[in-house]
Design a binder for this molecule. Structure first.
Ligand SMILES: C[S@@+](CC[C@H](N)C(=O)[O-])C[C@H]1O[C@@H](n2cnc3c(N)ncnc32)[C@H](O)[C@@H]1O
Length: 236
């Protein structure tokens, strides 16, 4: 993916190397509202005041590592979709993944991540609604924890899968974690669509096939439990 100059300065991370403009309201896109909502969240709360906070993204790291091992690959290029301020990017770099692309609808979230990472880190920043994103590169891996479930409309989910299909090279992997059937019905005041492995399999077929699935119970910083469904898929 080539570096490009920012074309929408009001939505850009300051001095970011790559910032893609947020797309308009097409094919179920919800960019402006989502950007405002999530910028407000990240401007008003500390990371450990959010329900999705985790000190170390252990499940994500394990599943990405297992996925490349099971497909005979090695850590390579990866995009973390809806990365927020997660430390996953730091951990991925330490584990040899590069370049790491962090995409989020919230410029505020990515600005926090960029301020934390060392100069020269092989990281690309993309401010975009995932529903409007048009990737122009081939990634070895795609990761999403707690983003897909905010797409409650069929058209939005179809756009997400189309973006993933364009972004992940054949044989590449996709690791996704969403609220499970027993998980919350809302997050951050927004409705969610909950999934099990079967519904993810159906949604991502035929461009992806499921390699593995599991259930995780996430404990929020204030001790409540949230059921997650995790699936590892391979691009066909
Ligand atoms: C629940 S948080 C999870 C953050 C991170 N993945 C983690 O595990 O810590 C959801 C993230 O998705 C981002 N997000 C929500 N809807 C999005 C969309 N349509 N496109 C891109 N990012 C989105 C939010 O800004 C937020 O950072």
């Amino acid at each position: 993916m080539p570096w490009t100059k920012a074309t929408a300065p009001d939505r850009c991370v300051r001095d970011a190397w790559v910032v893609e403009p947020i797309g308009g309201r097409e094919d179920g896109a919800m960019s402006d509202h989502a950007a405002r909502h999530w910028d407000d969240v990240y401007s008003s709360k500390a990371a450990d005041e959010t329900s999705w906070y985790q000190q170390r993204p252990a499940t994500s790291l394990r599943l990405l590592s297992d996925a490349v091992a099971s497909t005979g690959g090695r850590p390579g290029s990866v995009v973390d979709v809806g990365a927020g301020t997660s430390s996953l990017v730091d951990e991925l770099l330490a584990a040899g993944w590069a370049p790491v692309t962090v995409l989020d609808v919230s410029a505020a979230a990515l600005a926090t991540t960029r301020a934390r990472l060392p100069e020269g880190a092989e990281v690309r920043y993309v401010v975009s609604d995932i529903v409007a994103w048009q990737p122009d590169g081939a990634f070895d891996a795609w990761h999403d924890r707690a983003v897909f479930h905010f797409l409650t409309e069929d058209a939005q989910q179809a756009r997400y899968v189309a973006a993933a299909t364009d972004a992940v090279r054949p044989g590449g992997v996709l690791v996704i974690g969403t609220f499970g059937p027993g998980g919350p019905e809302q997050c951050s005041g927004l409705p969610v669509a909950r999934h099990d492995v079967a519904s993810l399999r159906a949604r991502f077929a035929p461009d992806f096939e499921v390699l593995a699935g599991e259930v995780e119970v996430h404990r929020t910083p204030w001790g409540s439990e949230q059921q997650f469904t995790w699936a590892t898929l391979r691009r066909t």
